[in-house]
Design a protein around this ligand. Structure first.
Ligand SMILES: [Fe+2]
Ligand SMILES: [Fe+2]
Length: 216
């Protein structure tokens, strides 16, 4: 059994490390989000982040399936691409739990959302971001991984700073329909620390793929 994670130590590690030097596309995305949703970190804004967060993994999965189509004569390559597909799927599923848990929390708190800003606009942004991720991957996979690493680094810091700025989360228990899918945590503070830690793992997985052979 693996040792329990010290989530407070993980939060301190994020808060004491600088953000990545974000590329132009990532900076434009974060600026656009700040302009539309405000600079303040809120659960509502995090749901937008999570809708967008899934799509690079979907884009890579799609590209990998295309690459795997006629590879029966190269079983080693086919298996390697299939492993890549499974990892991309696990990452998008992880983002999906983040999104479901956030939406459940907002619903419980009775927070009202504008249909345009929190339903339609994120899907439009995700559609565009999917194609950017796909196109960058087709040109050079490293570009797509670097953009995703920026996105995940930003998400990691945003969640950890959100917890830092809201000490009241320490005394709010985490009760969710999705506990058995995602995990149990003593408080909402720990839940968000864990989500931030997931984003760090996603970042590190993307960074590890930069300069690695395709689909490895
Ligand atoms: Fe996420
Ligand atoms: Fe992520």
């Amino acid at each position: 059994m693996s040792a329990p994670v010290d989530l407070k130590a993980e939060q301190r590690a994020t808060l004491s490390s600088p953000r990545r030097p974000y590329g132009l596309l990532a900076r434009l995305l974060f600026l656009g989000m700040d302009l539309v949703y405000g600079r303040k970190r809120t659960l509502k804004k995090f749901t937008v982040l999570e809708v967008i967060a899934r799509v690079p993994y979907q884009a890579w999965e799609h590209v990998a399936y295309i690459a795997m189509t006629h590879t029966y004569a190269q079983p080693g390559f086919a298996r390697r691409v299939f492993e890549f597909v499974k990892e991309s799927r696990a990452q998008q599923d992880n983002e999906q739990w983040h999104l479901l848990i956030l939406e459940e929390l907002l619903h419980k708190d009775g927070v009202k959302e504008s249909f345009f800003l929190y339903r339609l606009a994120p899907q439009i942004a995700a559609f565009a971001y999917y194609h950017v991720s796909w196109l960058l991957y087709a040109i050079n996979p490293s570009h797509s991984y670097a953009l995703n690493a920026d996105f995940e680094d930003h998400a990691e810091h945003e969640y950890m700073e959100f917890v830092r700025d809201h000490p009241e989360l320490e005394s709010r228990p985490f009760k969710s329909e999705f506990e058995k899918d995602y995990g149990r945590f003593a408080s909402l503070a720990d839940l968000f620390r864990n989500i931030g830690l997931d984003e760090r793992h996603h970042k590190l997985e993307s960074l590890a793929r930069i300069d690695a052979p395709r689909f490895s």
